[in-house]
Design a protein around this ligand. Structure first.
Ligand SMILES: [Zn+2]
Length: 294
């Protein structure tokens, strides 16, 4: 990925943070769900070049169909479990993947760039779910694991806790008072969300034997599992609490050698060693905004 893609990934993953803290104002009758989607955690996916680059990878169209099937299975489960509305964010590679042609007829698709700095997330949402999610960079046997950019970022820590895209979005949803309730992905991604939200429902659709190989559920089995877990998750919503992180917060980003290209020292940001920068804020939003505007 080039530097602009790195920036876009970082932005997409962090724009959630550009909002004022607000409490969830869930209406008594409505259960509106925000679905973060990605491709690397879909069953059948094991190779970025071969499968995941929009309209370049030889097997991209197959990947798009696999992802769409898993998304639609999750929507079915959420609706069966009592969700009243589902918004699907096209989160893989700058929102260039999903199509209104084959997305579940009762969901709404949020796609294209740019969108508002808060990704249109607001306090009307009751729950956050992840579909097709991969684990953080360096996760043991995490299939196609990375954090925002597979080439640009080595590690991210929030208050010294290793944090990837799952953690960042769980924390962000928490600032809105929204609980993360369910994830589908590989075994490493499931472990990652359970470390933060032990009560979350997980659809483990594959398990890695290395970063680029693993055991995959056939697509219909993956969809059946996702549907069941999504239904259970929304039914268990009252048990699931938002993840809160107390301030002050320090976000430490260790870039790869490639990832440091174009970075410069700015006020309020501490460079620690050749490839590591530290961003501090009074809370996660404040600290992450410094990083995302870096
Ligand atoms: Zn992706």
């Amino acid at each position: 990925m080039n530097e602009s893609q790195v920036r876009i990934f970082a932005l997409l993953g962090t724009v959630f943070f550009g909002v004022t803290l607000s409490l969830r104002a869930q209406s008594a009758q409505g259960k509106k769900v925000y679905m973060v989607t990605d491709m690397e955690g879909v069953s059948g996916i094991f190779d970025t070049e071969l499968q995941c680059i929009p309209y370049q990878s030889p097997r991209f169209e197959e990947s798009r169909k696999l992802l769409t099937g898993e998304i639609n299975a999750a929507v079915d489960g959420l609706l069966e479990g009592g969700a009243t509305e589902v918004v699907i964010w096209d989160g893989h590679d700058s929102s260039r993947t999903l199509s209104a042609l084959d997305i579940h007829p009762r969901a709404r698709l949020l796609t294209g760039t740019p969108v508002s700095p808060k990704l249109e997330l607001d306090s009307s949402y009751s729950a956050l779910v992840f579909i097709g999610q991969h684990a953080m960079a360096g996760a043991e046997k995490g299939i196609v694991s990375h954090s925002y950019s597979s080439e640009g970022i080595q590690n991210i820590c929030v208050n010294n806790m290793p944090t990837g895209e799952i953690g960042a979005r769980v924390m962000l949803a928490g600032t809105f008072g929204i609980p993360a309730i369910m994830l589908s992905g590989d075994a490493a991604a499931c472990r990652e969300i359970l470390d933060l939200v032990p009560q979350a429902e997980c659809a483990e659709v594959k398990s890695g034997v290395s970063r680029t190989a693993g055991y995959m559920l056939p697509h219909p089995a993956a969809c059946a599992l996702i549907r069941e877990k999504a239904r259970r998750a929304i039914q268990r919503l009252p048990e699931l609490k938002p993840y809160k992180i107390a301030g002050p917060v320090e976000v430490k980003v260790e870039f790869t050698t490639k990832g440091t290209h174009g970075l410069r020292q700015v006020e309020g940001v501490e460079q620690r060693g050749e490839r590591t920068w530290v961003f501090r804020g009074k809370d996660i939003v404040d600290a992450w905004l410094k990083y995302s505007s870096f």
